[in-house]
Design a protein around this ligand. Structure first.
Ligand SMILES: Nc1ncnc2c1ncn2[C@@H]1O[C@H](COP(=O)(O)OP(=O)(O)OP(=O)(O)O)[C@@H](O)[C@H]1O
Length: 631
């Protein structure tokens, strides 16, 4: 059974979770569910680098407290030596004096700790950056592969384009997330080590500490979520900025933009849009700065309160001078660490929101799939392709693009489709090559629904050249080879395809022949005329052993002689193959075995050129109209 749903249902299959207002705490926390799969992906990227980074960070995490403690011991030792008196006169007597041995040992230890910490830091960042690069590369490939698996319909969906855009940005920015997460883990260990020291000496300082840092954390969480919401809301505009940038400065558009004098319009529109985005960001940035300033001051007050208490208790004789430096240092470091941990956590939480975009994009599943057990594809096709009451409506469209299509494309037959603009010809072609599935009715190939055949095999057997074929900025040879990219190195096949589509004469005139880079994007590229590009594109159809050829306005840009020649060859070569040709030129159309006339998405007439002329209907009217132009 074909899927039956209306356009509304289809657009609802991927509801957009647009955070038009700032997300609440639960939603923000919920995004953290993306962290474990992210870490799993990182682990898979390179277990060796991941282990190295974590292990080295663990070692590095306890170095600060060790350093601070050795510092305390040094100060206590110095104070002790001062009390003993008998200071040495110069450095050499210092070095030789056994009484200073302990002090020297401590200094050497602190030096060793400092050097190790620096070196470990370097190695850790090298590991992180290698791991991030690897992850970004792998995830980008995954993103491309996934995008390639989606349906054409998905690509025509603006919501999906927004999501893809955010997924790409998520990927670009998310490599930092790894260092951040591992840095967080390292900070936790350091914090625990400092907190143990503080707990032994003065447990109440811990409470003071929390009071000092929590406001900053809450503030950060709030503003990070707001930044994300702004980013989310402005995705379509950001995509428009990219688009305007492209239209304003690209080889494809320069000709028209210049002759219409569109630059000012594009630049103004760009400036206006970017200014609006800037204003939205500025609002958040300014509020963040002012609240952030206030919260930091609260933290500083907490620190100095603690400092004053410790100083007072040292004077009272509860602590040594060494303890004073250790405690004040611990408190300051702990505060900074806690603050950065909490800020980091809120950043991780907001990065996790961006990861949501990446993962949710990767979760989108295509609907046009091969069946589990495909039916063997017929070689040759015997009965042909039958449309049974086929209807299709584009997502969110009110109108049916095509409806009640009932006809058979017989094996070996050349069928032409004619009809005015928007009549549904291209839609019909997209349906028969299963770029879309019908919303109504069914399409059968040799009596079985198209969906029962393997998708790749079906497409390999139907060679379609669309009217908006792509001009690849590749060499001439590769431009033809895209019709069957596995045969890219088969020069004979490529030149044969060029001969059939009369692209061989175009290529013969190129300075580097088949190796000539086409288009003006890359160095030494040569541009072609519209008709020349078209001949190259038609050659792609001949690269395939397709049993069915579909040419959607293949000759629109060809001159009269070329068109005639292309069709002569096409007729010769499509012997035994079925073909569908869409054309507005009756000189082409009349060569077909049968002609389907489409009007407003429906078939109004079917027959041979002669039959249709004799019937005196819409076809005859259109034919007369064009013929009159030549008289
Ligand atoms: N991707 C799309 N999304 C929504 N509507 C579409 C889309 N493509 C085409 N349509 C609409 O579907 C109808 C049929 O379009 P189709 O491209 O099949 O016409 P056509 O006969 O090939 O026209 P032309 O001769 O201009 O190429 C038109 O009304 C068009 O506006």
């Amino acid at each position: 059974m074909p899927r039956q749903y209306n356009a509304g249902e289809r657009s609802r299959r991927r509801p957009m979770d647009t955070p038009s207002k700032p997300l609440n705490l639960r939603q923000r926390m919920a995004a953290l569910r993306n962290v474990p799969p992210f870490l799993r992906d990182i682990w898979r990227t390179s277990p060796v680098l991941a282990v190295a980074s974590v292990a080295l960070r663990l070692v590095r995490a306890v170095l600060p407290v060790a350093t601070l403690y050795v510092g305390k011991l040094i100060i206590d030792e110095v104070t002790h030596l001062l009390h003993l008196g008998g200071a040495p006169a110069d450095l050499s007597s210092w070095l030789g004096n056994g009484a200073f041995h302990h002090l020297w040992m401590l200094l050497a230890l602190e030096f060793a700790l400092a050097v190790s910490s620096d070196l470990l830091g370097r190695v850790v960042s090298a590991c992180d950056s290698l791991l991030s690069d690897l992850y970004t590369n792998e995830a980008s490939v995954k993103l491309m592969e996934h995008a390639a698996s989606l349906d054409l319909e998905d690509f025509e969906d603006a919501d999906l384009q927004d999501r893809l855009d955010r997924a790409r940005r998520a990927l670009a920015g998310r490599s930092m997330l790894l260092s951040q997460l591992l840095g967080q883990a390292q900070d936790v260990v350091t914090i625990v080590s400092f907190a143990v020291g503080l707990l032994i000496y003065a447990p109440w300082l811990i409470v003071l500490l929390l009071v000092a840092v929590v406001p900053a954390f809450v503030g950060e969480m709030h503003f990070n979520a707001q930044s994300y919401a702004v980013n989310f809301q402005w995705t379509p505009e950001r995509r428009e900025l990219d688009y305007l940038r492209m239209v304003g400065a690209s080889a494809q558009t320069a000709k028209e933009v210049k002759s219409f004098g569109l630059n000012r319009f594009l630049i103004d529109r760009f400036a206006q849009l970017s200014q609006s985005i800037y204003r939205a960001n500025r609002r958040v940035a300014l509020r963040r700065a002012s609240w952030g300033g206030l919260f930091t001051t609260v933290g500083t007050i907490g620190y100095y309160a603690a400092y004053a208490i410790i100083a007072f208790r040292t004077v009272r004789g509860d602590f040594t001078i060494g303890d004073l430096t250790f405690l004040a240092g611990s408190f300051r470091r702990l505060r900074n660490l806690l603050e950065s941990l909490l800020t980091g956590f809120s950043q991780v939480a907001s990065q996790a929101l961006y990861l949501d975009d990446l993962f949710s994009f990767l979760r989108i599943r295509p609907e046009i799939l091969s069946p589990q057990q495909p039916r063997p594809f017929p070689h040759p096709i015997r009965q042909g392709l039958t449309f049974e009451n086929v209807g299709f409506r584009y997502p969110d469209a009110e109108r049916w693009a095509v409806r009640h299509l009932d006809f058979t494309l017989r094996a070996g037959e050349v069928l032409a489709l004619v009809g005015e603009n928007g009549a549904g010809k291209t839609t019909l072609v997209k349906l028969l090559s299963r770029l879309y599935d019908p919303d109504e009715g069914r399409i059968l190939l040799d009596g079985h629904p198209l969906a029962e055949y393997d998708l790749a095999e079906l497409r390999a057997n139907i060679g379609v050249i669309f009217q908006d074929y792509v001009r690849y900025y590749f060499t001439a040879s590769d431009n033809i080879a895209v019709g069957r990219i596995e045969q890219r190195d088969d020069d004979v096949r490529i030149s044969e395809a060029a001969r059939r589509s009369i692209a061989d004469a175009v290529i013969a005139r190129l300075p580097k022949g088949y190796e000539q880079m086409l288009g003006k994007l890359f160095k030494e590229g040569v541009d072609l005329s519209g008709g020349e590009w078209q001949k190259i594109a038609i050659a792609r159809a001949y690269m395939r052993d397709a049993q069915m050829l579909v040419l959607d306005e293949p000759t629109a840009a060809l001159d009269a002689r070329s068109e005639f020649e292309v069709f002569q060859r096409f007729k010769e070569l499509s012997q035994g193959r079925s073909a569908v040709i869409i054309s507005h030129r009756f000189s082409t159309v009349r060569m077909a075995d049968r002609i389907i006339v489409m009007q407003r998405g429906q078939i109004s007439e079917i027959g041979s050129h002669k039959e249709l002329l004799a019937a005196g209907g819409h076809y005859a009217e259109l034919f007369e109209l064009q013929a009159a132009g030549y008289r």
